[in-house]
Design a protein around this ligand. Structure first.
Ligand code: ACO
Length: 317
């Protein structure tokens, strides 16, 4: 028994913030941002748009693509580090709004939130504890960004992506690998929460960018080596690589390690920046809808993020 991806969906808020817009706000240039990160624009949620609102749009698109309705869903898992509320979790908010039933919970693993969620939902489906799951990655990162900090604010954006997972006798998710190392907690974090609050000011994302960069590249190279070895694959045997969209340079390094030309890498970072847990399902949706990813293709998704957390999923689409 496998769980297969039966439909994908994505949603980006309407408001676009380009590199040229940022040039007017902080001491930066379009050229610096493009050459260091590959990002040209990002989308910013409206004041009254929360993570559940973005998620709902992505979920409805994924259900339409799968030819299903909310009544067909009996598990909702949402990867996010920017939930609407402390509780109820975003999955419960979605469940109520869309009229779904079954278990509903969120997973907080920063940029790895979607691969963590997919891995957990896969186990529910394969164990027969859920028939069809909606798995979501959604973030409103703009709320925890310091818009005066040029080292972080140019990198992030908002968005949501979702997939429907369902039981299948044929291939689907073949393999998942998750990891974490909390010793790196201080390289990338949000500086307050609920039980640990700071004296004043709003929660802000802090990052030591070039240290994150080095650990990310090293960890992802180790992870893709493991994915290939564990699955008896040679370099170049993956059809499509759908990485977390944080930085074009990190993606290039990982693709090289996989022995893949950039034509077989799904790249969307240019159009929405780092949307944390949302980036992989949004990129997947792009390549499914434009016809690049076809049934039977071997697809590798991977992510790395705050914690540090990381994860990979190999899927026979
Ligand atoms: N515009 C112009 N100059 C800038 C900007 C900016 N927005 N930001 C920093 N600089 C300057 C720095 O001040 C520094 O100037 P200095 O040499 O005079 O001191 C110079 O640019 C170089 O700074 P570095 O930090 O060394 O630049 P680097 O090449 O490392 O690129 C970046 C920075 C893009 C943040 C890179 O380190 C990176 O991508 N790191 C990984 C971050 C990431 O991907 N995080 C997400 C992964 S985890 C997750 O997804 C949550």
């Amino acid at each position: 028994m496998y769980s297969r991806i039966a439909g994908t969906g994505a949603y980006l808020p309407e408001k676009v913030l380009t590199n040229f817009d940022l040039e007017k706000m902080i001491d930066t240039t379009d050229e610096w941002i493009r050459t260091r990160t590959g990002i040209e624009r990002r989308h910013i949620a409206a004041k009254d748009e929360a993570t559940s609102d973005l998620s709902e749009q992505a979920c409805r698109a994924a259900l339409d693509a799968a030819g299903l309705t909310p009544a067909d869903i009996d598990l909702v898992v949402v990867g996010t580090c920017t939930p609407d509320l402390v509780f109820p979790n975003v999955a419960c908010l979605l469940q109520e709004r869309m009229g779904m039933s079954g278990a509903a919970f969120s997973i907080e693993a920063a940029c790895s939130g979607f691969v963590y969620s997919l891995s957990v939902a896969d186990k529910f489906v394969r164990a027969g504890q859920a028939t069809r799951a909606l798995v979501v990655g959604a973030e409103v990162m703009s709320r925890i960004i310091d818009w005066t900090d040029r080292e972080t604010c140019v990198l992030f954006g908002d968005g949501a992506g979702a997939v429907v997972l369902e039981a299948s006798d044929d291939a689907g998710i073949l393999y998942t690998d998750l990891g974490a190392d909390g010793r790196y907690r201080n390289l990338l974090y949000a500086d307050s929460g609920v039980s640990r609050v700071k004296e004043e000011g709003e929660t802000t994302l802090l990052m030591k960018g070039n240290e994150v960069f080095k650990v990310a590249v090293r960890t992802l190279e180790g992870m893709v080596d493991r994915v290939l070895a564990d699955n008896g694959l040679e370099q170049g045997e993956i059809d499509w690589f759908v990485p977390h969209q944080a930085n074009l340079r990190i993606i290039r390094a990982t693709a090289r390690r996989l022995g893949l030309p950039m034509e077989r890498v799904v790249l969307t970072v240019r159009d929405h920046g780092n949307t944390s847990a949302a980036s992989i399902p949004m990129a997947l949706d792009t390549a499914v809808r434009d016809g690049r990813i076809q049934p039977g293709d071997l697809v590798l998704m991977e992510a790395f993020g705050g914690g540090f957390t990381w994860g990979a999923t190999l899927v026979r689409y």
